[in-house]
Design a protein around this ligand. Structure first.
Ligand code: BGC
Length: 763
């Protein structure tokens, strides 16, 4: 096994070097000037000072578990800390930095980190929502705005992007990533890194990115947070690693190791993923930070019996910085003195951390201007937040026989019902940075404005709480519905408790009494638009049939209300598409479009009823639910209607040899027409399937996408290119190559539809 991994490492390195620069276009981490400075500084450092750089502690809150302290001044002066996180405000970061720069012997600046996940003060939609835009440039702009705001307060490092592939909606952290697909995930990963880091890391408004959680965290068994993962090496490389590779290639300065054990080796002590893949194969030159107290958790995970071995195992596996456990600080000196940890390993980690500090220009610009700390929202960022929300909110259903949205010009009386109609806090999602509920414009606030201007009668009823509470408010909600032309029903999850970290759910319906509320309100027979605020795709059956329209709003950020009102009234058009599959029942999880075919695919069997004979029974199915998602990956509606012409290809045969050599590509194109009288944006998606290969490949894989704006009646020839990048995969011999195969290509509006054409990939 080991020998095979070694051989493949050499092969991968050769392939990577020949195909793609390791830090393509990203902010340069390595240059001769920086390396010389790192060497010179390292040469002056004592062992204690070196080890000091490897520690990160959380300030600004309750006592840190690694130190039992809240104040870190003395430790910073003694050179025992390399990074502090969770401290915000220019005065606060400057204060600590001044101690590092004036009282510590070597005057090495601190690097301040924070979870700037979807905005800093300006809170954008949660990452799963941003991904639904299928718009990497939007994500890049949002990340750049967050970087400007955070860096103004001295934060030069964010623990973002989370690029974990999430295929099980029970996992609460689904909300933090781009969804289920590695291709889309890779595009989004690179976009975040470009946004945070800009073209120069030493620009004072750039912040270092941190691709997390390395690796496999999204595959936690049962969707239960922190749980075990079992991911065979090939699946790891084909599905879970590509977004990380994209982030590293875009120049991500740092990577965070994950909490989960991966194939029985905790990610925090996993030399195969950290040393071999990340550092050796990919040539990553930045540093790896552990997750919160994860080094200490190696003891609970059963691979270390004391703090000393936990620290040694993590460091030797490639974790350069210890977040919060304090074990590097307390244990590594003795480990080095006893020879258990070679000085070269310490030096390598210190070098990596110093490299990023120099690359960020922290030695030249350790402080930020205190007067410039923005006290109000930047109007440009607010506008971006509204655009981002508009591009992220998905129209999942619009009428049964005729569209229920946009709300007709004649709509005079609207009942806005539900616990999320006027809930500022929840609009901010689960990682709100320094987001402030007071900055949020809720749906109620925005709709009240609109109603006042357009002479609409608006009644508002909460109905029930998100979780718990009583059904006492349902009667008033029903009454409001009866007196309205249309009902907007704002329901969903509680962002901080039900989505994000440590928020796995075993049931995925609307929580609390909300399903009862929906049933009671829809029983009035009034047209009802269900607006769902959630951090994951919820199980919306059987409610989906009872409402006339469904809008998946996720947690849309500070401009939730204005964006929703513009979409609902048709001032703006929907263009978002889902990047996760919506389950019909929890028992379908993990659920994702990119599955392998079975030997007994259900094919044309009618799965809407239990099997009645052998033909219906002995296929891959459930006896009590269909296999398909309620809403598929890539799916989303618009006020426009688009028609896809048949795809055509530039060649019908192409050789694997030529593809592997690089340069050779094939083009696939189709005519897309906006057949409606409404301007709109279609997300045109390219899928492939490979057959006859050495290992089974998925029934469909996304390999390209474009947001195409089409005016009413307009049509456009949309073209994609398929080359080595898109057609390669890790094969039976663990080689990352294009194999001879029968290739099917679709150009489609989602993962389940579209017309296809075939191409032969010959030897
Ligand atoms: C999370 C990370 C986060 C870190 C620091 C951990 O619990 O898993 O994603 O960056 O805390 O706040």
């Amino acid at each position: 096994m080991r020998a095979r991994q070694c051989r493949s490492a050499v092969l991968i390195l050769t392939l990577l070097l020949s195909s793609a620069p390791l830090f393509a276009q990203g902010a340069p981490l390595v240059n001769a000037g920086v390396e010389a400075r790192v060497d010179a500084l390292l040469g002056q450092m004592t062992l204690a000072e070196k080890i000091g750089q490897l520690n990160q502690f959380s300030g600004g809150g309750p006592t840190g578990p690694g130190t039992g302290r809240t104040g870190y001044g003395e430790m910073v002066a003694a050179g025992q800390i390399g990074s502090i996180f969770n401290v915000t405000g220019a005065k606060q970061t400057n204060g600590l930095q001044r101690i590092a720069m004036t009282q510590s012997r070597l005057k090495i600046p601190l690097i301040f980190g924070l979870d700037v996940i979807h905005g800093y003060r300006t809170t954008f939609p949660v990452p799963l929502a941003l991904a639904s835009s299928w718009d990497p440039s939007l994500v890049e702009n949002a990340a750049a705005a967050a970087a400007r705001e955070a860096s103004a307060e001295g934060i030069r490092w964010t623990f973002s992007p989370m690029v974990d592939i999430a295929r099980d909606a029970r996992w609460g952290r689904t909300t933090e990533g781009a969804g289920e697909d590695p291709y889309l995930g890779a595009a989004m990963a690179a976009a975040y890194v470009r946004g945070y880091q800009g073209t120069r890391l030493d620009d004072p408004s750039s912040i270092a990115a941190c691709a997390k959680h390395f690796v496999g965290y999204g595959a936690v068994e049962g969707g239960r947070d922190y749980n075990t993962t079992e991911i065979p090496d090939r699946l790891l490389r084909n599905v879970y690693l590509p977004p990380f590779y994209a982030a590293v290639r875009a120049g991500s300065a740092t990577v965070m190791s994950a909490f989960n054990p991966l194939n029985e080796v905790p990610a925090t002590a996993n030399a195969f993923t950290l040393q071999q893949i990340l550092k050796r194969e990919w040539g990553f030159r930045g540093f790896v930070v552990s997750d919160w107290t994860a080094i200490k958790e190696l003891m609970a995970q059963g691979i270390a019996n004391d703090g000393a071995s936990a620290a040694r195992k993590a460091l030797l596996a490639g974790v350069d910085m210890d977040m919060e456990s304090g074990l590097y600080l307390n244990e590594l000196t003795a480990q080095v003195n006893s020879g258990a940890v070679p000085m070269a390993a310490i030096d390598d980690s210190v070098r990596r951390i110093l490299r990023i500090k120099f690359a960020l220009g922290l030695f030249e610009h350790p402080y930020v201007a205190e007067s410039d700390t923005p006290n109000r929202l930047d109007p440009v960022h607010m506008e971006l937040a509204r655009t981002a929300a508009e591009e992220s909110i998905i129209l999942l259903k619009n009428g049964d026989s005729r569209p229920s949205l946009p709300l007709a010009g004649g709509t005079r009386s609207v009942a806005l019902i539900g616990p999320l109609a006027d809930d500022a806090r929840n609009m901010l999602g689960s990682w709100a940075g320094r987001g402030n509920p007071a900055d949020v414009v809720t749906l109620r606030a925005a709709l009240s404005d609109y109603a006042a201007k357009h002479n609409w009668r608006l009644s508002v009823e909460k109905g029930v709480e998100i979780i718990g509470g009583s059904d006492a408010g349902i009667a008033a909600a029903v009454d409001a519905a009866r007196h309205a032309d249309v009902v907007l029903l704002a329901v969903g999850e509680n962002a901080p408790d039900m989505s994000g970290e440590a928020a796995s759910r075993s049931r995925l319906g609307l929580p609390g009494l909300q399903e009862r509320l929906v049933e009671a309100v829809t029983a009035t027979g009034k047209p009802t638009v269900l607006i769902v605020f959630s951090g994951r795709p919820l199980v919306l059956t059987p409610l989906a049939d009872k409402v006339s329209a469904i809008v998946q709003a996720w947690f849309p950020g500070i401009q939730a209300g204005p964006a929703l009102v513009r979409l609902l009234t048709g001032e703006a058009n929907f263009s978002a598409r889902s990047t996760v599959s919506f389950p019909r029942a929890v028992g379908q999880e993990p659920l994702y479009y990119s599955q392998l075919n079975t030997g007994r695919p259900a094919g044309k069997v009618d799965l809407t009823h239990p099997p009645t004979n052998g033909n219906e029974k002995y296929v891959s199915r459930y006896i009590d639910e269909t296999n398909s998602p309620l809403f598929a990956f890539g799916y989303g509606l618009s006020y426009s209607k688009f028609e896809f012409g048949p795809p055509s290809v530039s060649v019908t045969t192409i050789s694997a040899r030529a593809l592997n050599a690089g340069g050779q590509t094939l083009r696939v194109s189709a005519e897309i027409r906006n057949t409606s009288s409404r301007d709109g944006v279609e997300v045109v998606q390219l899928y492939i399937r490979l057959r006859g290969t050495s290992v089974a490949r998925p029934v469909r894989e996304l390999k390209g996408f474009q947001r195409v704006a089409l005016g009413a009646g307009e049509s456009r020839h949309v073209e994609f290119t398929l080359g080595r990048e898109e057609l390669r995969f890790w094969n039976i011999d663990m080689k990352d190559i294009v194999e001879p195969a029968a290739l099917t290509v679709w150009i489609a509006s989602d993962s389940q539809s579209g017309q296809s054409t075939d191409v032969q990939i010959t030897e």
